[in-house]
Write a protein that binds this ligand. Structure first.
Ligand SMILES: NC(N)=O
Length: 651
């Protein structure tokens, strides 16, 4: 039974949509009238390539916080215990950290590009471009479908609103503010969404581990989970316990998660877009800070609500009491909303509704603008109107945003109708998009990869992944249907085959006939509009980027090794079951990490943009000071507005 009324559902979905859209329209008018800024196609899709690390980090956190980040992470906490949140978080953080390497390569090798597909086109030509165009759009469609599936499940289960209405209404507000504000709009709303997300996550942490009469402390949670481990022991966990990292199914989920998220970072234009929008100095810190802040979101929220769902099952306040939550609802992502409702009734339901809505809309805005850039630069300008003016491109960008938003509403409804849940799509995504990961990474980092290798790697990897997935389902279960193909073992086989086979094929074919590419064409790309955006990588920038590149390789690789080997594997292998003291420390770590991440993601962008506010009120001292260290198109005196990425010429 829904705990909230349909009216509450419509109020959140339509009310927030209208609020952000009106806010964005007013901001655009303010900029035009008082700051003399004009929207150009460059600003729409690159935010003028001048953003600083704080706003890049906050926008990465918000683009990477999907419905699944909150819902699927809590479902795996419910299914596998404490290892679920850990593997969700670490298995999706390392890709953002490692992407810092590609972000810097984009800055060095194609400083004026708009999409990663433009680099592929210039390096390999049309056939390869078309293949990766399909993979890129498939990635955006899968991610957006997951956002709508997760968002609509939560809205409909908590308020009774129809799934169809939710699938259409959730994107409407996002379409409106993205159309008005472009990439800049997504950065501003990303920031606001991120702040709200962290507040609600910390609020739930505080309730569960400090104030709730049902749980109220890590010690009580430990006791309840110990009881739950006896009542409903977890298959393949040490002692059936919720309180151990020694969980075989948790580990398998972790591996699937790692592969799938390589696909949805490295093949998603949204992450290249943030690298493109960053100033040369900001790309590396932006990705590293963003990745580390994001870790705390699934880790702490799922350690809070996912575990609370398991802990409260034997309490009459549990919405399904005396039954367990059905597997289909867990796969639909309803463990977290169920726990929130058990803990706080309708207030908990409202909090989780807003939390999920914020996550869905901010990640959807990143996807919308990414798809719009791909359609504008890689379809319209490349194949239909190479001489398109900036105005043409802007018009087409707007059309692409609206069209993609509507198409995705329909796709989500179709997926729901055929029984594909958020959890199923989450495990499947790597099989479909991870084959493109290695060829894309090598395009920017390895001069020897040739076009045949890139295409064969991606297509060959996909064929191997699909074959491994379906054959394993058939052999392991004896039949092939939604249930068997959604099992952990078929998904594991398919995901690994997609990533590993594509990498082997791309590298082997390149070594047979190595290319010797020097990226001169991609370095020579020019921006479209006559705006101060032609990013010239000067001597200083070149040195900064070379240094950043070395740091990126070391920092991201070391953090990756810590997050997926040094921390979890000894805990898995030793079969350690947490004591009450250890669990308390584990929760304290999650809480502290989330609090530090919240402070970083919300305060750093403000500190970095203080000059904007001082500039607006005319404080010349701050204005002048803030010019130091900012990239400013050809050395002219300019102040980069880190929020909007606009340049405000100083008088
Ligand atoms: N962004 C993810 N994988 O939650």
């Amino acid at each position: 039974m829904p705990v909230l009324t349909q009216a509450a559902g419509y109020l959140v979905v339509i009310g927030f949509g209208v609020f952000f859209s009106v806010g964005m329209i007013l901001l655009s008018l303010f900029e035009r009238k008082y700051l003399g800024q004009v929207e150009t196609s460059e600003s729409f899709s690159t935010a003028n390539r001048a953003l600083k690390s704080g706003i890049i980090a906050s926008s990465i956190v918000s683009a990477w916080t999907w419905a699944a980040t909150l819902l699927q992470s809590s479902s795996v906490a419910y299914d596998y215990g404490v290892s679920g949140p850990f593997w969700y978080a670490s298995g999706a953080t390392i890709q953002v950290l490692l992407f810092a390497i590609l972000a810097i390569e984009v800055k060095k090798k194609a400083p004026n590009c708009h999409t990663f597909l433009e680099i592929i086109y210039l390096r390999y030509g049309k056939a390869t471009h078309l293949v990766f165009l399909v993979f890129a759009l498939l990635t955006n469609m899968i991610v957006t479908a997951m956002l709508l599936l997760g968002g609509s499940s939560v809205v409909s289960s908590l308020t009774g609103m129809s799934v169809e209405a939710a699938c259409f209404l959730i994107p409407v507000g996002v379409i409106a503010y993205v159309t008005f504000g472009g990439l800049k709009a997504t950065f501003i709303t990303d920031y606001i969404h991120t702040a709200i997300l962290f507040i609600i996550i910390l609020f739930f942490g505080f309730v569960v581990y400090a104030t709730s009469p049902l749980i109220g402390s890590p010690g009580k949670m430990f006791d309840l989970l110990s009881d739950a481990s006896v009542l409903n022991p977890i298959k393949d966990n040490q002692d059936g316990s919720f309180l151990t990292m020694s969980s075989t199914q948790g580990l398998i989920f972790g591996i699937i998660n790692i592969v799938g998220n390589f696909g949805t970072v490295f093949v998603d234009q949204a992450y290249f877009q943030r690298a493109i929008a960053a100033s040369p100095k900001s790309a590396l810190p932006g990705y590293l800070i963003g990745g580390l802040c994001w870790f705390s979101i699934p880790f702490f929220l799922a350690t809070t609500l996912g575990l609370a769902c398991a802990a409260l099952e034997s309490n009459p306040a549990f919405p399904y009491y005396p039954l367990r939550i059905p597997a289909a609802d867990v796969s639909a992502g309803l463990a977290a909303p169920t726990a929130a409702t058990a803990l706080l009734g309708s207030n908990g339901a409202i909090a989780i509704l807003i939390l999920v809505f914020m996550a869905v809309t901010s990640a959807a805005s990143a996807e919308l603008i990414a798809v719009s850039s791909i359609f504008t630069y890689d379809v319209y300008r490349t194949y239909f109107k190479p001489q398109a003016s900036g105005k043409d491109l802007i018009k087409f960008s707007h059309i692409a945003v609206v069209t993609f938003g509507c198409v995705m509403g329909v796709l989500a409804i179709i997926l729901k109708a055929i029984g594909i849940s958020l959890g199923y799509l989450y495990l499947l995504m790597g099989i479909l998009v991870a084959p493109a990961v290695m060829p894309i990474a090598l395009t920017l980092t390895w001069k020897k990869q040739n076009a045949t290798a890139a295409i064969s790697g991606a297509i060959g990897g996909l064929v191997c992944g699909l074959a491994a997935w379906l054959i394993t389902a058939s052999k392991y279960y004896g039949y092939v249907n939604l249930e068997s193909t959604g099992g952990n073992y078929p998904m594991l086989a398919g995901n690994l085959a997609s990533l590993v086979c594509s990498s082997i094929i791309a590298i082997s074919i390149s070594l047979m006939k190595p290319d010797d590419y020097d990226w001169s064409e991609t370095k020579a790309m020019k921006p479209v509009d006559e705006a101060p955006t032609d990013l010239v990588i000067d001597g200083d920038d070149e040195a900064t980027l070379t240094k950043a590149s070395t740091i990126a390789y070391w920092a991201s690789v070391v953090m990756t090794i810590v997050l997926i080997f040094l921390w979890p594997i000894p805990m898995y292998a030793s079969k350690y079951v947490f004591t009450k003291g250890f669990f308390t420390g584990w929760v304290a770590l999650g809480f502290t990490w989330a609090a530090v991440a919240a402070a970083t993601a919300t305060l750093l962008p403000l500190v970095e943009t203080r000059h904007l506010f001082f500039g607006i009120v005319g404080w010349k001292g701050a204005h002048a000071k803030s010019e130091e260290g900012l990239s400013g198109g050809g050395g002219e005196t300019a102040v980069a507005d880190s929020v909007g990425g606009k340049f405000i010429a100083s008088s």
